[in-house]
Design a protein. Structure first.
Length: 268
C-alpha cells in the first residue's frame, strides 16, 4: 500500500495520521511508528531547503540532553539568529511543536534533542533508538529537506536475533572503515584497499536480517515520524520486532536538516 494512504496501518506503521495519533504508540503493541504528513507544503520549506543544501544554514551536530519546549525554543532562536525570519520563525515553531508532542505523549516535561545539518554518510546504518531504563518510549524524527529516513516493515524482519547479528557486524565494519579512512586519506577507502567500506556497502545493499524480496521503504517528504524507542536494557535481546522502528539515514545526498527527539523521564 502506498505511504500516502490516509490513516492506514501497514506493517506496524500508521500512515497519513495526525500528530495526536502518536499517543496510539503507548497502547497499541502492533504499532512501531506513526507517520504524520504536513499536508500542504509551505513556501518556507523550499527556502529552508535552499539554505541548507547551499550551506548558508549550518547547525553543527548538537545534543541538548534535557530541555523543555520553551528551553528548546530559546536555544533555536539563538542557533538560527542569522537565518531569514521568513524561515527561522516557522522552523522554530515546527520543531518546538514536535518536541511538545513528544513530551505530552510521554507524560513528561523534557526531552533530549539532537539536531544538525550535514550530508548523509554511512555512519548511521539500520539501528533502533534507545532510552534510559524506565523512560517513556515514544520519540520523533523529522528530516526537513533532502533524502528522508529509510525503514523496514516489521513483517519483513526475520527476527531480532538476526537483526542484532547484522548490527554487531556492521558496527565493527564501520569502525574499521573509519580507521582505514584515517590511515589512507579521504580517497583511500573508496579504492581497492578499502575492504571494510566494500563490505559495509554490501551489507547495506542487501541486509541479511530481511526476508527475501523485502524492500527498504522511505518516509515521505514533509512528514514527521513518531516512533517507539527501546529501553536500553532490552537492546540486543530477542524482543518482539514491533517494539522498535528499524531505520537508517540515507547513504548519500545533499546536506539535510535533521531533528531527533527522545523523551526523558520526570515531570516538574
Amino acid at each position: 500500500m502506498d505511504s500516502s494512504s490516509r490513516n492506514t496501518a501497514v506493517a506496524g506503521v500508521l500512515h497519513g495520521a495526525t500528530a495526536a495519533d502518536a499517543a496510539r504508540l503507548t497502547a497499541d503493541t502492533a504499532l512501531s511508528a506513526v507517520i504524520v504528513p504536513d499536508g500542504r507544503r509551505e513556501p518556507w520549506l523550499e527556502e529552508l531547503a535552499e539554505l541548507v543544501a547551499g550551506e548558508r544554514l549550518v547547525i553543527p551536530r548538537t545534543t541538548l540532553s534535557s530541555v523543555t519546549p520553551d528551553e528548546f525554543t530559546g536555544w533555536a532562536h539563538t542557533a538560527l539568529a542569522g537565518t531569514p525570519a521568513s524561515v527561522a520563525a516557522p522552523l522554530v515553531d515546527a520543531m518546538a511543536g514536535i518536541l511538545a508532542r513528544v513530551v505530552d505523549t510521554a507524560g513528561t516535561d523534557k526531552a533530549m534533542v539532537r539536531v544538525f545539518t550535514e550530508p548523509p554518510t554511512r555512519r548511521c546504518g539500520f539501528h533502533v533508538d534507545t532510552v534510559a531504563p524506565q523512560s517513556p518510549t515514544v520519540g520523533a524524527v523529522r528530516v526537513y529537506n533532502g533524502p528522508t529516513t529509510e525503514y523496514v516493515a516489521c513483517e519483513d524482519v526475520l527476527g531480532m536475533g538476526e537483526f542484532y547479528t547484522y548490527l554487531a557486524r556492521r558496527e565493527r565494519l564501520s569502525r574499521q572503515a573509519e580507521r582505514e579512512r584515517r590511515a589512507d586519506g579521504p580517497d583511500g577507502p573508496d579504492g581497492p584497499g578499502g575492504t571494510a567500506l566494500a563490505e559495509l556497502c554490501a551489507m547495506d545493499g542487501s541486509p541479511s536480517f530481511l526476508r527475501p524480496g523485502a524492500v527498504v521503504r522511505r518516509v515521505p517528504a514533509d512528514a514527521t515520524v513518531y516512533f517507539r524507542h527501546l529501553d536500553v536494557r532490552r537492546h540486543w535481546s530477542p524482543h518482539p520486532v514491533t517494539d522498535v522502528w528499524i531505520h537508517r539515514s540515507p547513504m548519500r545526498g545533499t546536506a539535510r536538516l535533521v531533528l531527533n527527539v527522545s523523551p526523558v523521564p520526570g515531570r516538574g
